[in-house]
Design a binder for this molecule. Structure first.
Ligand SMILES: *[C@@H]1O[C@H](CO)[C@@H](O)[C@H](O)[C@H]1NC(C)=O
Ligand SMILES: *[C@@H]1O[C@H](CO)[C@@H](O)[C@H](O)[C@H]1NC(C)=O
Length: 284
């Protein structure tokens, strides 16, 4: 049932391994023994109930690709989130979506208070390419009242976006309730390499700073500390939220989605650390 064996050569790992020193708020790095079945029952890593198509279970859509781990994964493994025609969540027929939410991230927990740094690495699966005629949300924070995304990483053809931008780009936006929402950082979305992000979110001063590297390189700040309204707490999503084309009215329901899709995105190194004392891990 599951496809396997992804012939991708992801950039190789850093050679030195030293312990991270920042306190962790949550950790989504799963050991190989966890398996796809581990995602179906309550666990310490991710919610087993959200977000996925009605009638599906995570073990039907998670893949564990046999590729090298990313920068911050030492004894843990990459996770791929896939979508199909069945990925219709909560009657949202205009979207195809599947996303992982950290298990401890209730919407009002400490992952959205104080100063925290969210880490994740993201890569493509050449066997399950995205359709860049569509917009995809890959990682975002949605406020607890669902009124905004305080930040969102997108790729593809962004609805209402700048048509001069190559759709094969990772674009990191601030609060989407700001019009226009601020593009904080963008970088080409390359094949066969992990793109490593760290995002420092100051929930008191309402700022955001982005750090980035490719492959095994240590992270570097790629923005200043930017004013961005990250208030409203909420939940972090990691996966694919594929939007429609030819939207009419309610974009969650009315528009075009082609049939027969098999698309995926690979994550690794999802964790969050406490940066209240200035601690941000730039390398393992
Ligand atoms: C990509 O999406 C467009 C718009 O929905 C659709 O017309 C096209 O057939 C899709 N291409 C593939 C390869 O699925
Ligand atoms: C930030 O967003 C919240 C809603 O999430 C809003 O109530 C508040 O007024 C905003 N603050 C600023 C400074 O824009």
């Amino acid at each position: 049932m599951h496809k396997h064996g992804i012939p991708l050569l992801f950039a190789s790992l850093v050679t030195s391994v030293s312990a991270q020193s920042c306190r962790l708020q949550f950790d989504g790095r799963v050991p190989p023994s966890f398996g796809v079945a581990g995602f179906d029952t309550p666990n310490n890593f991710f919610s087993e109930t959200n977000v996925l198509g009605a009638g599906l279970s995570f073990s039907q859509l998670i893949q564990l690709p046999a590729i090298s781990a990313s920068l911050f994964d030492i004894e843990t493994i990459p996770i791929e989130v896939t979508i199909s025609d069945a990925s219709i969540f909560n009657g949202q027929t205009g979207f195809r979506r599947a996303e992982l939410l950290p298990a401890s991230n209730s919407g009002i927990d400490d992952s959205t208070t104080g100063i925290k740094t969210l880490h994740f690495s993201i890569g493509k699966d050449a066997q399950r390419p995205l359709n860049l005629s569509h917009e995809y949300q890959l990682v975002f924070l949605e406020s607890n009242d669902f009124s905004t995304n305080q930040f969102v990483l997108k790729t593809g053809s962004i609805l209402g976006g700048d048509t001069a931008v190559d759709p094969d780009t990772l674009q990191f936006f601030g609060d989407v309730n700001q019009t226009p929402s601020k593009l904080l950082f963008s970088v080409p979305f390359l094949d066969g390499v992990f793109h490593n992000f760290a995002v420092t979110l100051d929930f008191d001063a309402l700022t955001t700073q982005v750090f980035f590297s490719a492959g095994g390189d240590p992270l570097e700040a790629v923005t200043q500390v930017i004013s961005n309204n990250v208030s409203g707490q909420g939940q972090f999503y990691f996966g694919l939220l594929k939007k429609l084309t030819d939207a009419v009215g309610d974009i969650t329901r009315n528009g075009f989605q082609e049939d027969g899709i098999d698309e995926g995105i690979i994550f690794d190194g999802i964790f969050q650390e406490d940066s209240s004392a200035g601690c941000v891990s730039l390398r393992p």
